[in-house]
Design a protein around this ligand. Structure first.
Ligand code: GDP
Length: 197
């Protein structure tokens, strides 16, 4: 899929204020600083479309972008600000939970994780929560330019081991670098193929 338009639509503090669910929607989420804004800008070929890093504690907003006048890209607030807790619902906000469970046009959630890190507790909890709720999701490794192949292979293996503790199937995986423009085609093709809302 080539991108011919990418337009900011609105920021919404809650699901009730999101745009009408008229187009298939793809949501992007991850811990703060994971590289979400950079990835969104890389995917849409539009520098500055998604603004960099929201400060922890700031109002959490869902940003909607309309791509090619045919699908929504939803930039969800980062999670992982809350103090480490065993309860997933305390780790990401109720607002995100409500959005994910109730957004009618949501096709897929892209969970971003930093390729340099071993699986982190709250990423795994979030992944497992999505799995339990049967929400389709993919795992996107970011900043792969920052790790050696060997390092990445190690972290990747750890992720797979963790996921297989709970799930028989592992999700679709994308390896990306906003810096080196890696993974754009793969993610856009996935969106094109699943875009049947
Ligand atoms: P966000 O908070 O998740 O939106 O993360 P940002 O997109 O603001 O990125 C956080 C930091 O990581 C910034 O300093 C980016 O320049 C850097 N960054 C993001 N993506 C990449 C990447 O693919 N490669 C490298 N080397 N740095 C990246």
């Amino acid at each position: 899929m080539s991108i011919h338009s990418a337009d900011f639509i609105k920021s919404s503090p809650k699901i009730e204020e999101c745009p009408e669910p008229d187009f298939p929607e793809y949501a992007f989420i991850g811990r703060s600083n994971v590289g979400k804004s950079s990835l969104i800008n890389m995917l849409t070929n539009k520098k500055g479309l998604a603004k960099t890093s929201s400060t922890p504690g700031k109002t959490q907003l869902i940003n909607h972008f309309l791509i090619n006048n045919s699908w929504y890209l939803a930039d969800l607030p980062g999670y992982g600000y809350a103090k480490v807790s065993k309860k997933t619902r305390e780790i990401f906000s109720k607002m995100i939970e409500k959005y994910i469970l109730n957004r009618k046009n949501l096709v897929n959630v892209f969970i971003l994780v930093d390729a340099r890190h071993l699986p982190l507790e709250n990423d795994l909890e979030f992944i497992n929560w999505l799995g339990e709720k049967e929400i389709p999701f993919s795992l996107v490794f970011t900043k792969i330019d920052k790790v050696s192949q060997r390092e990445f292979a190690f972290n990747f293996k750890k992720y797979m081991q963790e996921l297989r503790k709970t799930w028989e199937e592992v999700p679709t995986i994308f390896k990306t670098s906003a810096e080196k423009k890696i993974g754009q085609e793969e993610i856009l093709s996935f969106i094109e193929d699943t875009n049947k809302y």
